[in-house]
Write a protein that binds this ligand. Structure first.
Ligand code: FES
Length: 193
């Protein structure tokens, strides 16, 4: 509209015939020069509004459905909690003992039973430490070497002592530890995921 108004003003300003009409007191008649680009018929207007409303409703209804469908694909988790590991009587004091446990894990739409191994170390005092078998360098699996009495990471020769402290190699920190509890002689660990 602004553009059309400016066009009319410029027509008045630059058209000598109009100035002549004005000087003679002739009544000017401006006819709107609608170009098809600027003109929208009633039907097109209704169709456009219906289209926009339809798109909005589709968006409002469709987004929660899409979110519901793809949410499991973005989820990768298990349920945190205490896991029964091993009876204390099975542990030999001073020697890390490999213990396995299984967890149900959900990755996307898939539910899998994952088996993990950790090392339980019973001290003479009766305290227990449970160490992860995942190297803190690049997550390779460490294993206990009874001959050398150390944990060895085969990937880059990371070496940890029986308490999980780094002795040599690139690992930046000790092996991770789990929270533990003992109930009725059974060792439990707290697993985050
Ligand atoms: S992953 Fe264990 S030392 Fe590199």
């Amino acid at each position: 509209m602004l553009r059309l108004a400016l066009m009319h003003i410029s027509r008045i300003c630059y058209n000598p015939a109009i100035f002549a009409d004005l000087r003679c007191g002739t009544k000017l008649r401006f006819t709107m020069d609608w170009r098809s680009d600027y003109y929208i018929g009633r039907r097109e207007f209704v169709a456009s509004v219906a289209g926009i409303l339809g798109a909005l409703i589709t968006l409002l209804v469709g987004l929660p459905i899409i979110g519901y469908l793809i949410a499991p694909a973005l989820r990768a988790s298990g349920v945190a909690g205490w896991v029964s590991l091993v009876p204390l009587s099975m542990l030999q004091p001073g020697i890390p003992t490999p213990c396995s446990f299984s967890r149900l894990k959900q990755t996307g739409w898939k539910r899998m039973q994952m088996t993990r191994t950790v090392y339980a170390l019973l001290r003479d005092s009766g305290d227990v430490t449970v160490l992860s078998d995942i190297c803190t360098h690049l997550s390779c699996k460490v294993r206990w070497s009874p001959e050398r009495s150390v944990f060895v990471c085969p990937c880059h020769d990371g070496i940890f002592d029986r308490e999980g402290a780094v002795l040599s190699g690139p690992p930046p920190r000790p092996l991770d530890r789990f929270d533990t509890k003992v109930e009725n002689g059974q060792l439990f660990i707290y697993v985050e995921d």
